[in-house]
Design a binder for this molecule. Structure first.
Ligand SMILES: Cc1cc2nc3c(=O)[nH]c(=O)nc-3n(C[C@H](O)[C@H](O)[C@H](O)COP(=O)(O)OP(=O)(O)OC[C@H]3O[C@@H](n4cnc5c(N)ncnc54)[C@H](O)[C@@H]3O)c2cc1C
Length: 317
C-alpha cells in the first residue's frame, strides 16, 4: 500500500520526539502517524491533535493550570456536559487525520462542512492506480425495505462476476487516463503522434472507486457529530468502516468523552413530547391512543421497536 519512501517518512516521523509543555495523551502519542487500514487499500492516519479529556475539563472550568480535580470529578463533568449538549468545551479539542478513501466515500464525507480539508490535487498530480473493490461478502442486492441501503449478499459466483466487471472497467478507464495524459514519469510526452490533454481533463473518465487522499482537521464536537451519523447502521458500509477506525482513535484520545458519547449520543435516542406522553400513560397503566396523541403510524412502529414490551399497548392492545 505504501512506497518505500512513504514508509521511511512514516518511520522517521514516528521516531522523532519533541519536548513539549502541552497536555499530551500517551495512548494517542503511541498511535501517531501509524496508518490504520480501512477497506482494501484505504487508511486513516493520525497526524496531529490538540487537547484531550484533561483539556476539555480545563476549558470547562476555565482553570489556570492542568485543571484536574480527580478522575471521577472529571468523568462526572464530561458526562454532564455531554448530557446537556454543552458543546463548547469539546470544541476546544482538535484532531488532524490523513485519509485515503475512494472518491465516492469522500463525496459523503465532505458533506460535513464543519471541518478543514486539503485534498490531493488531480489537476496538479497524476492519480495512482489504486481502486476500491469490495469484498465478495459486501456485494449485495438493493434493499427491499431501505431505499438507501443494501440487502442480502450475492451468491459467490455472482459476486465474482461483479468484481470482474469492476476490475475490468477500472483497468480500462485507468489505461485510457494514461493514454489521454500521454506523459511519462518525468512529465515528458510518451507518443508525440498522439494528443495529450491536461490532468484536470484526463481525470474525468475515472470511476468513483478510485482512491483519493486528504488531510482532515476537525474539532471534537463536530467529529462526534460525524461519527454519530457515519458510524451508524444507516450509513453506507464503506464510510462506516472509516468512522469505526476513527472511533478507535477517539477512544484512545478521550476515553471519558468517548464513554459519554457512547451513552448519551451513539446509544441514546430522542423521544418526542407525544412519545413521552404515551410512554408515561402506558407506565401508569392508563388508557392511551398514540394516534390521538399525535404519533404517526411510522412513529408508533419506531416506538414499538424501541420498547417491544409495550408494543401491544401501542397497537391498541
Ligand atoms: C444516512 C445518511 C443519509 C443521507 N442521505 C442524503 C441524501 O440522500 N442526499 C443528500 O444530499 N445528503 C444526504 N445525507 C447528508 C446529510 O444530509 C448531511 O448533509 C450530512 O450528514 C452532513 O451533516 P451535517 O450538515 O449535520 O454536518 P456538518 O456540515 O458538519 O454540520 C454540523 C452542524 O453544523 C450546523 N451547520 C453547518 N452548516 C450549516 C449551515 N450552512 N446552515 C445551518 N447550520 C449549519 C448544523 O447544525 C449541522 O448539523 C445523508 C447523511 C446520512 C448520514
Amino acid at each position: 500500500m505504501f512506497s518505500n519512501d512513504q514508509k521511511s517518512a512514516i518511520e522517521a516521523a514516528r521516531a522523532a520526539w519533541t519536548p513539549t509543555r502541552r497536555l499530551v495523551v500517551p495512548a494517542l502519542e503511541e498511535a501517531m502517524y501509524e496508518p490504520v487500514s480501512v477497506l482494501d487499500t484505504g487508511f486513516v492516519r493520525l497526524v496531529d491533535y490538540m487537547g484531550g479529556d484533561d483539556g476539555i475539563v480545563q476549558g470547562a472550568r476555565v482553570s489556570y493550570g492542568k485543571g484536574t480535580k480527580s478522575t471521577s470529578d472529571d468523568r462526572g463533568l464530561i458526562r454532564y456536559l455531554m448530557r446537556n449538549r454543552h458543546t463548547s468545551p469539546f470544541e476546544l479539542a482538535v484532531i488532524k487525520l490523513h485519509v485515503r478513501a475512494p472518491i465516492f466515500v469522500t463525496r459523503q464525507w465532505f458533506r460535513h462542512r464543519t471541518a478543514s480539508i486539503n485534498e490531493y490535487s488531480a489537476r496538479y498530480s497524476v492519480l495512482e492506480k489504486e481502486f476500491y473493490f469490495p469484498r465478495p461478502e459486501d456485494i449485495a442486492v438493493q434493499s427491499a425495505s431501505n431505499k438507501q441501503g443494501r440487502g442480502t449478499t450475492l451468491p459467490p459466483e455472482q459476486a465474482q462476476q461483479v468484481l470482474d466487471l469492476l476490475r475490468d472497467d477500472a483497468a480500462r478507464c485507468y489505461d485510457h487516463y494514461l493514454d489521454l495524459l500521454n506523459e511519462d514519469a518525468a512529465g515528458g510526452t510518451v507518443d508525440p503522434t498522439r494528443p495529450s490533454i491536461a490532468r484536470e481533463l484526463a481525470r474525468m473518465n475515472l470511476p468513483v472507486n478510485i482512491m483519493t487522499q486528504f488531510y482532515w482537521q476537525i474539532n471534537l464536537w463536530n467529529l462526534l457529530h460525524f461519527l454519530r451519523l457515519r458510524a451508524d447502521s444507516h450509513a453506507q458500509y464503506e464510510i462506516r468502516a472509516y468512522a469505526d477506525a476513527i472511533l478507535g482513535l477517539v477512544e484512545k484520545w478521550v476515553p471519558l468523552t468517548f464513554g459519554a458519547f457512547r451513552d448519551y449520543m451513539r446509544d441514546a435516542t430522542l423521544l418526542s413530547g407525544p412519545a413521552l406522553r404515551v410512554l408515561r400513560a402506558v407506565m401508569a397503566g392508563t388508557p392511551v391512543d398514540p394516534k390521538a396523541e399525535g404519533l404517526s403510524r411510522r412513529e408508533i412502529t419506531e416506538l414499538a421497536t424501541l420498547f417491544p414490551e409495550i408494543a401491544p399497548r401501542l397497537n391498541g392492545g
